[in-house]
Design a protein around this ligand. Sequence first.
Ligand code: ATP
Ligand code: MG
Ligand code: MG
Ligand code: MG
Length: 570
Amino acid sequence: MRSSQYLLSTLKETPADAEVISHKLMLRAGMVRRVASGLYTYLPTGVRVLRKVEQIVREEMNKAGAIEVLMPMVQPAELWQESGRWEQMDAELLRFKDRHTRDFVLGPTHEEVITDLVRREITSYKQLPLSLYQIQTKFRDERRPRFGVMRAREFLMKDAYSFHLSQDSLQQTYDAMYQAYCNIFTRLGLNFRPVLADTGAIGGSMSHEFHVLAASGEDAIAFSDASDYAANIEMAEALAPQGEPAAPSEVLTEVATPNVKTVADVATLLNQSSAKVCKTLVVYATKADAKATQTLVALVLRSDHELNEIKAEKLPQVQSPLVFASEEEIRAAIGAGPGSLGPVASKIPVIVDRSAAHLTDFICGANKDGYHLTGVNWQRDIQDYTVADIRNIVEGDASPCGKGKLVIKRGIEVGHIFQLGDKYSQALKAGVLNEEGKHQIMTMGCYGVGVSRIIAAAIEQNNDEYGIIWPDAIAPFQIALIPMNMHKSVRIEEATVRLYNELTAAGFEVLFDDRKERPGVMFADMELIGIPHSIVIGERNLDNQQVEYKNRRTGEKAMLDIPGVVAAMQ
Ligand code: ATP
Ligand code: MG
Ligand code: MG
Ligand code: MG
């Protein structure tokens, strides 16, 4: 590609409305442009990266045995009424009417449509298991679209759905998808972690999220440095006061561990706490580890404006949530002793509605004797939490057996896999004839990858003061050819064209910067766009039949003999 025939659209200045580095760089590198809140046009460079990510995801899905389909983005309300989500979902589900005043939605996800398809197409156990996937635009009317394509309203997702007759079969596909996701994020060159996700709120099935570690992540994930324990602590906006960018620190190990074991301890802690909180915090604690070898502690902290969403979507499905309007109320409830927080169970959701200015969160848990609640202040008292500590808090058990320290870092959720069970197949009566000739409802899994979010996540992990540093696998171009003053030198032009033709013929994607620009401008643009390898063609080196190579990531430079350039790039 020649720059003069391309749409580079790079910007010198950082647009004022971009908060995180990936958003800034995607605008500056000419990858996206905002059309309206949460809606973006992808410019050619953005499209090239998007297609690369898409292709890696597609290849790994195919390898895992999933088959590609394509479903409509517009979906009829009837299917959503059948599943119950027409009622359950709030305004994130965009509803509208067609000219016949029939109700439709813009698909935020496709469980309903796929289950409808499969109940019509699949009739026998012989056709199972079946995994179908698509790479398709989703629309979610996010309460707070932000960070560019990271939290957009319209975005590209890979969503896969699997259908089975047994839990064993579902587990097999789930494991295959887990592996496929690890392959995808490894091939993308990302520093990621699979973590146990909070399933407590939606019923106890197995679920993992895949997080790219980055300071701008909206979630906090907790993992042991000595075992494979890892869990998501969805932080939403609780950590960052409204309107302020996410805290700049990636590592969040600021966890206080006051030795709180009893209800009285909790009451004391609350009374002593100088913390004032200006947000509504919703806290769940769950013991939801399928293998029962590790204990998952999941906290969901939400700010006020998200509370309604949670009430609508999640709380009806958990056991009698408790809502406290004030600190006094929770103190009173705690002071009243065990049992006063409602039925003691493996999960007790507690909603703490506080109204002041500082942040104290709670981990709560329960065993058969009562509940345990402890304060966690994310902003002071830096101290590592051990897995054993967490287990003790949740289980109320003083024989420590956890391994390692619990490290808490920020993460960006780029993938999510889930054992759905029969939630949708039951509602839509999706069944097949089993081996005994009886009608049996299928069991399902669903598996999402945020294709467009991955681009932002990759930039969050790969950038420097000069711009983006693409991992090779998803770079928009692999090689930049930068001729010095080509418009004044036929020799330079000829040498560059020859190299361009040879590299292109060898299968490289090359950006040939043939603009009439000063060298400094060309260097800056190629670095900003993040092309991994660049080759500078200049008069003096041509005398020796050489060009200068520069590696974007390492900064390493080398002189290459022109006849050996193609080989050197391979
Ligand atoms: P989040 O917690 O960030 O709101 P989610 O849990 O609602 O995401 P899922 O329903 O699990 O998202 O969708 C699968 C994947 O789609 C997510 O893991 C994420 O990578 C991506 N995704 C979800 N919402 C958005 C969005 N608004 N913009 C871009 N990507 C998104
Ligand atoms: Mg969401
Ligand atoms: Mg999520
Ligand atoms: Mg998710």
